[in-house]
Design a protein around this ligand. Structure first.
Ligand code: GRF
Length: 221
């Protein structure tokens, strides 16, 4: 990234795109010295497309159903991503498992947000699983993407307390609140060079913040 240039972000999404919106807002407010240069969605009706249109962000649909297999879809996706010349590729509710080839191609520049305190609850239904386990806290993690799903080096976690009367739906909403705080924060750290893949890989634990952004547990190392 040349000095003085804004960081170039490509966002991958499949649905509502509320995290995409939080990133747009952080760019527009000047909090992030970054620009979303392209949104790519794999579902034609994704609401994230409306958000891109509202904010004048170029958007593209690459419908996975139009491709014979995962490799062909990922090849098309990889070309579209590379053509936008991103510094970072930000997965924001992108509901496709990516091939190892895609992940390796963009290693160190590909990040994701997952609605649990990883390594707890990789995969789906994280809110119900946290409730069923009787956990006292729950949260979300921004992490670098590696070939094993939801297992890449974590950058930051946001943590909330689980209430006795919480439901999976209610928890999901509160988790979204903390996601919108930590995703811009993680991108800010990447842009500032405060964290990179190797740093994240070697730190014993990521920074953990509460809903007000207060650090609960500092990153060590
Ligand atoms: C978020 O909960 C994120 O953690 C998960 O997918 C959801 C996307 O929500 N990966 P939105 O589309 O950003 O509103």
């Amino acid at each position: 990234m040349a000095a003085g240039d804004k960081a170039r972000l490509v966002v991958l999404a499949s649905g509502n795109g509320s995290n995409f919106q939080a990133i747009i807002d952080a760019c527009e407010s000047g909090r992030l010295d970054a620009e979303v240069v392209r949104l790519i969605v794999n579902r034609p009706g994704a609401y994230a497309l409306e958000r891109a249109a509202t904010h004048g962000i170029p958007a593209e649909v690459i419908d996975h159903k139009a491709y014979p297999d995962r490799e062909a879809f990922d090849a098309a996706l990889g070309e579209a991503v590379a053509a936008a010349e991103p510094d970072w590729i930000v997965m924001a509710g992108f509901m496709r498992i990516l091939t190892d080839g895609f992940v390796e191609r963009f290693r160190g520049r590909l990040i994701n947000i997952h609605p649990s305190l990883l390594p707890k609850y990789p995969g789906m239904n994280t809110h119900a699983r946290a409730l069923e386990a009787g956990d006292r806290v729950h949260g979300a993690t921004v992490h670098f993407v590696t070939p094993t799903v939801d297992a890449g080096p974590p950058i930051i976690q946001g943590q909330i307390e689980i209430h006795a009367d919480d439901t999976p739906e209610g928890l999901k909403e509160r988790i979204h609140g903390i996601e919108h705080r930590i995703y811009p924060q993680a991108i800010e750290w990447l842009i500032e060079g405060r964290v990179d893949f190797e740093h994240a890989r070697h730190q014993p634990a990521p920074a953990v913040v509460d809903i007000d952004g207060r650090v609960i547990a500092p990153a060590q190392g």
